[in-house]
Design a protein around this ligand. Structure first.
Ligand SMILES: [Zn+2]
Length: 248
């Protein structure tokens, strides 16, 4: 079910207890020299649409939210961002209406690194208002970490930025948007974690050209295989949220 393609009458008839409201949250920000700024929007939206196709009776999909928390990309330009407080408030406002309307199961499906921390804060805040609801959220890459690790050739076995992973997926979903002449080994990048410590660095400090890892190793075939695996894993996670008993 797609919220924005249904009438108010059709929405009124949807089972409030046994439906998972899915809010895909993405971003539009610089993705290095070779990928489009809408990379996260395209990938997150495609995963969310595929999830709805797999579970059309029990998923109520909202439109993909495109404005993310991306201040750490601003110094490269080509980046849209919401202030963190605005972003947290917006996520709360988007989820609050279905919850106030009686829906009991919410899943934020995230597709952008900068959204992770504010997403968790929004969920914590919503829980104070709706203690009986099942309020969940994750980045698709944490749900499907094993699938992604198995699908990558380069040393980095996780999702970076405009990396082997993201490039492969865009080559699969929207190959015409990849600037192949500019697709190259990103060179070294600084981590945002050292010895268990989170280190706050922006992308200008972490990378030379705004991307990480091995975009040179990306292929559409890898992208297709990982995309299929991600959709499967996200489907398992969504079913688990539908099976969770509602709290007393
Ligand atoms: Zn991103």
């Amino acid at each position: 079910m797609k919220f924005h393609e249904m009438t108010s009458g059709a929405l009124a008839a949807v089972d409030r207890d046994q439906t998972l409201v899915v809010l895909p949250i993405a971003a539009v920000e610089q993705h290095g020299p070779h990928l489009p700024t809408g990379t996260d929007l395209i990938i997150c939206g495609a995963v969310a649409e595929a999830l709805e196709r797999a579970l059309p009776e029990s998923v109520l999909l909202l439109p993909t939210h495109w404005l993310g928390a991306s201040a750490h990309h601003l110094r490269f330009g080509a980046t849209m961002t919401a202030e963190l407080d605005t972003y947290i408030a917006t996520l709360g406002e988007m989820a609050r209406q279905p919850l106030a309307d009686g829906f009991q199961r919410v899943l934020f499906l995230n597709g952008h690194g900068g959204n992770v921390d504010p997403m968790k804060i929004a969920l914590r805040e919503l829980h104070i208002e709706f203690p009986r609801a099942i309020l969940s959220g994750a980045s698709y890459w944490s749900i499907a970490a094993a699938v992604i690790a198995a699908g990558l050739e380069g040393e980095d076995k996780a999702v970076g930025h405009a990396c082997e992973f993201e490039t492969s997926i865009i080559q699969h979903l929207r190959p015409e948007l990849v600037d192949d002449e500019k697709r190259a080994h990103a060179g070294p990048s600084l981590p945002d974690e050292i010895e268990g410590l989170f280190v706050s660095r922006d992308m200008k400090q972490r990378t030379r050209t705004g991307c990480t890892g091995r975009p040179d190793l990306a292929t559409a075939e890898k992208g297709a295989a990982m995309f299929t695996g991600i959709v499967e894993r996200v489907g398992i996670a969504a079913r688990a949220m539908l099976a969770e008993p509602l709290p007393e």
